[in-house]
Structure formats: structure tokens, C-alpha cells
Design a protein. Sequence first.
Length: 191
Amino acid sequence: MDACVSRGDQSATDNDVGTYGKVSYFFSDDPDRFSLDKDTGLILLTARLDFETMQRYTLTVIARDGGGEETTGRVRINVLDVNDNVPTFQKEAYLGALRENEPSVTQVVRLRASDEDSPPNNQITYSIVQASAFREYFDITVSEGYGVISVNHPLDYEQVANGVIYLTVMAKDAGNPPLNSTVPVTIEVFA
Ligand SMILES: [Ca+2]
Ligand SMILES: [Ca+2]
Ligand SMILES: [Ca+2]
């Protein structure tokens, strides 16, 4: 899935003429994701690369002339990260509890998502995208990598239907384009 640039631009010259001057190229080992054109020395990609699995390849190329003289060169290929992993919450759902009429800012739930990409493709921001009630009473901030939901206003138990508020929280990465996922959060309000 990840992007890759691979162009073998190593070249060898030989001052001999005729078949003695013809240079052929070989890999010294047999890499499974690359092929090498024997005549031109051009390296081609033959399979997808995954940055999360392997970030760098080193290929050893042997140039051999018609007379059997050899020289060895090394080609290093750096794999670039693309945003191919969605932020994933550690739990399928979160549950928080809150006493009514809590006078000051109170933390209700801590949640966390992880992302296997590299920066900025794994840098996550959290937001509350939906609330069954009292949306403006809730904030979400980031603390030590966690999204922390807090309530900034006293809640009256009698005004909360069934004593439960449902939120939906989104984790979004900083890739281009960004990827996101959401998780349900249930907050029980006690009298
Ligand atoms: Ca990948
Ligand atoms: Ca990636
Ligand atoms: Ca990502």
C-alpha cells in the first residue's frame, strides 16, 4: 500500500569493445520484491511495499563484463510512509459516570486511539461529534496521549432522560487526506 520510488541508476562502463565490453547486471542475493534488468541495470518493483513492515532495503548489484570482470554496487531504497492506517480506539465502547450537580470541571472518561503510521500520519486529535443531550456541557482535551472528556457545567439528574447521555467521539489523524474512526461513549448521571 505504501509509496515507493525505486530507480536503479547505478551504471558501469567498460572501455573494452565487443562482447568483452558488454556489461550485465545481477543481484548478489535474490530479493523478493525487486527485479533487475540484466542489460540496462534498471531495478523494478515487483510487489507492494509496506512501510510498517520494512522501511529500507539494501540491494547488492554485481556488474559483470564479457570478460568476467566484476564490480559490486549497493542500492539503498527508502520506503516512504503513506497514511494507510486508521486510528483505532483501544475499546469498542466507553462508559463514564457522573454525579449530578458537580460544581467544578470534572473528568468523566479517558479514551485512547492508536495509529500504526508514522508522524504526521499517526498524530491524533479527538472531538465530540454527537451528543444525545447537553452537548455544550462537555469538552474533550488531550492529556498524555489520552482524550479526556470533562463536564464543565453542573448537570441536573432530573433533566437527563433515563439518567444517561450518549456521546460519539471521533479520533482523526493528521494524514493527507486524514483518516478517522468513532466510538460510542455512555455517561451515566447519578442523583
Ligand atoms: Ca502500510
Ligand atoms: Ca503507513
Ligand atoms: Ca493513520
